[in-house]
Structures are given as structure tokens and as C-alpha cells.
Design a protein around this ligand. Structure first.
Ligand code: CMC
Length: 390
């Protein structure tokens, strides 16, 4: 029969979607029609979450109700703590996150009822609300610190920072600039249409499995160095370079394909111009560094960008800084270890995952994901008994 060959779906639309619009050539990103720059400047993460989930910006009343709902689903079952305690002290927090999110499906058997809108919405709220809690627990576990329970009087981001930072019974007040910066970073990461992790969520979810299992697959995809692991890789790269004077040598090694080196934080499947998120992040970085002091690796990053943007290799291939190029520097300045970077991506992307998951579930044109292949193996042949094999 007729079959198109399109590895990695480079040229195939896998779904119709009304959530996020990207024009990669022009560097445009919009959620439900609203430009990302306006949302980053004028909105808040939970408002953007509402927008993505429901298609419209909330009224004050809708926003209050939604915030109440999210803040009252932040707690996890006590056995989740026991589950997380089972990990080695040096387990990567992303591995803890994906397994724990998968484990949630065992705690909420009602989630298997994916046809019921009310049940769907409860699971989606739970996922958005509990992700920061599980993320913070994974951090505390790796630091050997006791878990901190959510504080429902704080903002979404403030509560997350408190669960990360709080020591003993002392009160923790997040610095307003850092709280705001993380909120903006969360807005920028909330959705990005059919990226690898979202495609994973849709693919797994198309079997009508519960959303915890589907989102766990999304977290797993995000763990990969080419996706959510990129900002972690950027930091490792900057450390490896070590000094601005070494930047030209590094660029040379990348172009020569030595050891398959890539300029991490550069290039994008869709953006063939400056990633609009990277522009906003640069501004956020300045605000954060005002408070925390400059990250010494910033100088190397700025020099890498300067050289790469005028180097023929990168210009010809339309390789520009992406969202991850500067985000890691901000996270590090805020005191997060590199292992937490993809976790900081997973928290806000959960909104995109569940929104896309529900859109797929409701779409009458969607079926179980089942791509075809071009077979390249041997032609039919007869079985050879072991004694006759050479
Ligand atoms: N450094 C050096 N060369 C690169 C880079 C890079 N970062 N990215 C692409 N190229 C080259 C690539 O070698 C190829 O060259 P040639 O035509 O000579 O073979 C050409 O540019 C086209 O690249 P591609 O691999 O076909 O592009 P892709 O669309 O398959 O890959 C990408 C997109 C993001 C995986 C890739 O650019 C990359 O690996 N970047 C570094 C990792 C990174 O920063 N990822 C974060 C992406 S944004 C956040 C997220 O989605 O998680």
C-alpha cells in the first residue's frame, strides 16, 4: 500500500492542535494566540496554565478558583515518600520524577476513566499541583535533607522554592525577584507544541492509558540530553571550556565534528531564527544576576554566542541560541544543581502535556498511535537447526 517514509516525523503533522502556534522562521511563539513576550511580561504562570487548559484567559473569579484548586492538590500520599526513599542517594532526580509520576497511577485508579471529563480534570489538576512537590522531594532526597510539605499559602513558585530551601521550622520567604524570574521561566516552558516529550505523552496516551503513565513517558523523554537535558549539558560544556580564551578552540572542535561535539543550547528542530524564549530569558538573567551576583560562566556563554552568530558554519545551518542556552546559568545562580535543570523544565511542561493529552483524548480523529515502517531486513528464509549453523 501507499506509504510515506518520514523518519522522526520531520514533515508529518501527527495531530491538529489549537494550543500553541510556532513560526520557526520568524521566531514566533504563541499560546492560544497570545504572543509569548506579552505573557512573559504581563501574566503569571498559573494564569497561563489556565489559558492553556481552557483556551481563554481567566476572569478574576476563575483565576481564584483555579489557584485554590491547584494549591489544594499539592500534597502527595505518605507512601509516595516511602517510594522515593527507596532510591539510592545519588539517583538522578529526573529518574525519581519519571518513576514517581508513573507510580501515581497506582494511587489514583479512577484515573483510568479517561472518557469522563470530570475525572480527567481532577487528574490534570493533581499532576500540575503535585509535580513541584515530587520535584522538591527528589532534590531533598539527593541532598539527604528531610522532605518539606507544601505550604498552600504561598504562590505556586514560592511554594516550590520553599520546599527546596526551607530548613527546620524557620520560615522561608522567597526573594521576590527570584520568585518572579522562576515564574517567567515556567511561563516560557509551559508548552511547545509537538516536541519529543509531548509527542511521547500523546503516543502513550493514545492507548487510553491513564494520564500519569502518559506524563511519566513525557518526563522520560525530557530526561534525554537532546531535549530537557540540554541546559544541563550547556553548563557542563561551559565548565569544560573553563575560560573565555578557550572559546575559539571549542568552536573549532564543534565545526570539525571532533568527538561529535555540539554547541549545546544551539539549534532547534523548528526555530531557524533566534528562539523567542531565549530573548526573554536574557532579560530575566540580568534581573537574577542583580540579586545573586554574576555567574562566572556567563562570560564564556556570551563569547560563544558572539562568535557563533557570525561564524559561517552556524549561520549557514541557521543555528541560534535556544531556550536552554541561558536558562541553566540562571538556575545555577539561583543555587540549583545541574541535575535539577530538567526537573525545572518538567514542572511547567506538565501543563502542556496534560493540555495536549486532553486535546488528543477529545479529538474524534485520533486513534491509537501506530506508525508504519519500511522493512529492510532479510527476505523469507528457512529455519536452520543449530548443529548445521556456521
Ligand atoms: N552544534 C553544532 N552543530 C549543530 C548543532 C549544534 N548544537 N545543532 C545542529 N547542528 C548541525 C548538525 O550537525 C547538522 O549539520 P550537517 O548539516 O552538516 O549534518 C545541521 O546542524 C542540522 O542539524 P540537525 O541535527 O539535522 O537538526 P535537528 O533538527 O535534527 O536537531 C537539535 C535539533 C535541537 C536536536 C540540535 O540542534 C541539537 O542537538 N542541539 C543541541 C542540543 C540542544 O540544545 N537541545 C535543546 C533544544 S531546545 C529545548 C528542548 O526542546 O528541549
Amino acid at each position: 500500500g501507499l506509504m510515506g517514509y518520514d523518519p522522526a516525523f520531520l514533515n508529518t503533522a501527527n495531530c491538529k492542535s489549537a494550543i500553541t502556534f510556532i513560526d520557526g522562521d520568524k521566531g514566533i511563539l504563541e499560546y492560544r494566540g497570545y504572543p509569548i513576550e506579552q505573557l512573559a511580561e504581563r501574566s503569571s504562570f498559573l494564569e497561563v496554565a489556565y489559558l492553556l487548559l481552557n483556551g481563554e484567559l481567566p476572569t478574576q473569579k476563575q483565576q481564584d478558583e483555579f489557584t485554590y484548586l491547584v494549591t489544594h492538590h499539592t500534597y502527595v500520599h505518605e507512601n509516595i515518600k516511602t517510594f522515593m526513599d527507596g532510591f539510592r542517594y545519588d539517583a538522578h532526580p529526573m529518574s525519581m520524577l519519571s518513576s514517581t509520576v508513573a507510580a501515581l497511577s497506582g494511587f489514583y485508579p479512577d484515573a483510568r476513566n479517561t472518557k469522563d471529563e470530570r475525572s480527567r480534570r481532577i487528574q490534570m489538576t493533581r499532576l500540575i499541583a503535585k509535580m513541584p512537590t515530587i520535584a522538591a522531594f527528589s532534590y531533598r532526597h539527593s541532598m539527604g535533607l528531610p522532605y518539606v510539605y507544601p505550604d498552600n499559602d504561598l504562590s505556586y513558585v514560592g511554594n516550590f522554592l520553599a520546599m527546596i530551601r526551607k530548613i527546620g521550622t524557620s520560615t522561608y520567604k522567597p526573594h521576590p525577584t527570584l520568585e518572579k524570574a522562576l515564574d517567567v521561566l515556567f511561563i516560557l516552558h509551559a508548552d511547545h507544541e509537538q516536541n519529543c516529550s509531548t509527542t511521547s505523552v500523546r503516543t502513550v496516551g493514545s492507548s487510553e492509558v491513564d494520564p500519569y503513565s502518559a506524563v511519566a513517558a513525557g518526563v522520560a523523554a525530557l530526561y534525554g540530553p537532546l531535549h530537557g537535558g540540554a541546559n544541563e549539558a550547556v553548563l557542563r560544556m561551559l565548565r569544560e571550556i573553563g575560560h573565555v580564551s578557550k572559546v575559539p578552540d571549542f568552536i573549532k572542535a564543534v565545526k570539525g565534528g571532533e568527538g561529535e561535539k555540539k554547541l549545546m543550547g544551539f539549534g532547534h528542530r523548528v526555530y531557524k531564527s533566534y528562539d523567542p524564549r531565549a530573548k526573554v530569558i536574557k532579560r530575566v538573567a540580568d534581573e537574577v544576576f542583580e540579586v545573586t551576583g554574576k555567574n562566572p560562566l556567563l562570560e564564556i556563554a556570551v563569547e560563544l554566542e558572539r562568535i557563533a552568530l557570525q561564524d559561517e558554519y552556524f549561520v549557514k545551518r541557521k543555528l541560534y541560541p535556544n531556550v536552554d542556552f541561558y536558562s541553566g546559568l540562571i538556575y545555577e545562580a539561583m543555587g540549583f544543581p545541574v541535575e535539577m535543570f530538567p526537573v525545572l523544565f518538567a514542572i511547567p511542561r506538565t501543563v502542556g502535556w496534560v493540555t495536549q493529552w486532553e486535546e488528543m483524548v477529545k479529538d474524534p480523529e485520533q486513534k491509537i498511535a501506530r506508525p508504519r515502517q519500511v522493512y529492510t531486513g532479510p527476505k523469507r528464509r528457512d529455519f536452520v537447526p543449530m548443529n548445521d549453523r556456521k
